[in-house]
Unconditional design. Structure first.
Length: 425
């Protein structure tokens, strides 16, 4: 029996679901996280540079290289466990080290990434974070440590995953340039659950930072969008003035519409990415299944108060650009309608003028026809007279003969010309 053929991508697609497993971590441990992105054309970047940069780090520890064209890597580098992931716009590095420093969030912990290696990065740092993972002490101790480590006004803290851990952060960049997260893990949490929490915290920070790039773009665009809005409104007002000719307004409207479309095209990807990243942030927070820790604000509360307004600004700007584009289209249609009406009036006037000229031409034609009857009759009378000249021998004078044939010849010519004209009409 011939076996059924598999789709050539069947195994590749199935394995993709398992290609990026969650890290496995056990308290106490220190996690350092780094996300790198090219400042421009990040989507179309040379991804070989990302792999080369990773290989340089692996070479420093004598670790094996990933497969050519790989988009993810996990392995041991010295005493650290490293996870590398390549995304559409950025790459991330996560290094987990057993045990924690006596000094909480010690900048020296980030030295797993050498400074010269960081300087040679094929991009810029979008975000970096340090996660201090310790066993969960008494709640009073947790509150005391959070008070020492974080800014109380910005502190977000919650019990997550059925009270198996406490997560906390103030989402502020410390003097060393890193975000700080504290994770207090209960003994029953297990290594895999701890790893999932760490992964989600890193993803929340990464996608929050990436989505905020859309907000930064919007802030840069705001003045120009305001100018385009004002210009479009002024053009609409000028369109109501009958004294202003459409030929003067059309180039201005085309220029405004073109600029609006250019701005929209340049921002379309960033707006779409911002929406996607925001959805991931909210999803990652949701799967943490937060419970309040002594009435403090949760991660969801923090995002609702600090993060959501920025994202709403991005979305409102996207809608505003779309509205302006629609207004420009409607203005163009109205201007075209006005031009068509004026052109119709001009055409009507032209047709009236043509009718008048045709009437004059017809009158002239009738006049010419009358003259042509006279001319033709003149030559016809002459010919008929020559034909009847032999009758002069019978005593009839040439003058009487010419006078006798003139009236019949004229009538015959007039009738013939009229009949020809009727056939032509």
């Amino acid at each position: 029996m011939t076996p059924i053929q598999d789709h050539p991508l069947r195994y590749a697609l199935a394995n993709e679901l398992h290609a990026r497993p969650f890290p496995v971590a056990q308290a106490p441990c220190t996690v350092v996280f780094l996300a790198i992105k090219k400042p421009v054309e990040a989507v179309a970047r040379d991804q070989g540079e990302d792999l080369a940069h990773l290989s340089d780090l692996l070479d420093r520890h004598g670790a094996p290289h990933p497969q050519p064209g790989a988009t993810h890597y996990a392995g041991q580098i010295g005493r650290h466990w490293l996870k590398w992931e390549q995304h559409t716009e950025f790459v991330t590095y996560t290094a987990i080290t057993q045990n924690v420093s006596e000094r909480a969030f010690n900048p020296a912990d980030f030295e797993v990434f050498p400074s010269d290696w960081l300087a040679a990065s094929p991009g810029q740092r979008v975000t970096s974070a340090m996660v201090r993972v310790v066993e969960r002490p008494q709640d009073e101790t947790v509150k005391a440590e959070l008070s020492d480590w974080f800014e109380p006004e910005s502190l977000a803290v919650a019990c997550v995953l059925d009270n198996s851990a406490i997560c906390a952060s103030d989402f502020r960049i410390d003097p060393a340039g890193h975000m700080r997260f504290a994770l207090f893990v209960a003994p029953e949490a297990g290594q895999r659950r701890t790893g999932r929490i760490i992964q989600r915290l890193c993803e929340i920070e990464t996608y929050k930072a990436m989505s905020m790039l859309g907000f930064a773009r919007v802030k840069q665009m705001m003045p120009r969008i305001g100018e385009l809005d004002k210009r479009l409104t002024e053009l609409m007002i000028e369109m109501t003035d009958d004294d202003i000719h459409p030929d003067k307004l059309l180039p201005q409207l085309l220029s405004t519409s073109t600029e609006l479309e250019t701005v929209s095209a340049r921002c379309a990807f960033r707006f779409g990415a911002t929406g996607a990243y925001e959805a991931i942030v909210n999803q990652r927070i949701e799967v943490l299944r937060e419970d309040r820790f002594y009435g403090g604000q949760s991660f969801a509360d923090f995002m609702m108060r600090r993060y959501e307004p920025a994202i709403r600004t991005v979305k409102s700007t996207e809608r505003r650009l779309q509205t302006l584009s629609d207004r420009a289209i409607r203005a163009g249609e109205l201007l075209r309608t006005r031009v068509d009406v004026e052109r119709s009036a001009q055409n009507q006037a032209l047709l009236t003028s043509m009718d008048r000229r045709a009437d004059l031409a017809l009158r002239l034609q009738h006049t010419v026809e009358g003259l042509s009857v006279v001319a033709i009759s003149y030559y016809a009378v002459s010919l008929v007279s020559y034909l009847l000249y032999p009758l002069t021998r019978a005593g009839i004078s040439k003058e009487m003969l010419t006078a006798a044939v003139t009236v019949p010849v004229v009538l015959v010519v007039w009738y013939a010309v009229r009949r020809i004209r009727r056939r032509l009409e």
